[in-house]
Design a protein. Structure first.
Length: 255
């Protein structure tokens, strides 16, 4: 009598079908689309925190210079030298003996080859300095004579309101002098130098009291990708904010 044994089950390894692979790829793409912006924002916040730390260190060194020179501020034309933002211009500047670090002169958000993104307010310090090395006896001064020009630390009436340094846009940066053309008639405003927007639509500033902060711009002129000197900005709120945190009229109020 023949006995039939039960047939053995043969296990087969089953692969993904094309449709299943496409579904997996689609899910990965969705997850990447959700995670990448978050990672980008996290990196931007990290760069912003480092930039604020650089700004605070920088303005502290700026104040130390004034303490050593009987409250006189470092000249705005010679705290750094030449019109090229390279390393040599930093190390040859009057402020470098106090900073001793090239790194704090550049925002981590600046991906250009420039060694420096920091620029100093043209109203925050004397413009001419014939005894400087190198001497700058004929430097052009864009400051208005009917507005405050701060030459001493103890002459600044509200130091928390007036900025010392700003990260300047790579398209306008050259020397260390950040030019703000001040207008007492807002319909005629022209913008010469532009702050950098390495932190979203914000720019990093340090102020004469020693604090640093980012300022968020409201309109399209200061946040656009491409900028050029002498850009018309009639009645622009961002331009007005910049002027009012640069200087103040000597014998009048802002319009």
């Amino acid at each position: 009598m023949l006995i039939k044994l039960p047939s053995e089950k043969i296990s087969r390894r089953r692969g993904f079908t094309l449709i299943e692979l496409l579904v997996v790829i689609a899910i990965i793409a969705v997850l990447a689309g959700m995670l990448l912006p978050a990672l980008s924002k996290a990196k931007q916040k990290g760069d912003g925190a480092k930039c604020m730390n650089n700004m605070r260190q920088f303005v502290l060194c700026w104040r130390l210079y004034a303490d050593d020179f009987d409250s006189r501020l470092v000249p705005v034309r010679t705290w750094t030298t030449t019109s090229v933002p390279n390393v040599n211009s930093i190390t040859a500047g009057l402020l470098y003996p106090y900073t001793k670090s090239v790194a704090i002169y550049k925002c981590p958000g600046d991906k250009t080859q420039n060694a420096r993104s920091v620029a100093m307010s043209g109203y925050m310090g004397p413009n001419l300095n014939g005894s400087a090395t190198p001497p700058v006896p004929n430097a052009i001064d864009y400051a208005r004579t009917d507005c405050h020009r701060f030459t001493r630390l103890d002459f600044i009436p509200t130091p928390d309101q007036f900025f010392v340094t700003v990260d300047e846009r790579s398209q306008t940066i050259n020397d260390g002098f950040f030019r703000v053309d001040v207008y007492l008639s807002y319909p005629t405003i022209l913008v010469a130098d532009f702050p950098a927007v390495y932190h979203g639509k914000s720019s990093a500033f340090s102020f004469a009291d020693g604090h640093a902060e980012t300022h968020a711009w409201q309109g399209p002129i200061f946040t656009r990708v491409t900028v050029a000197g002498q850009t018309p900005a009639p009645n622009d709120l961002d331009a007005i904010w910049l002027m009012q945190h640069t200087t103040a009229p000597l014998n009048a109020n802002w319009p």
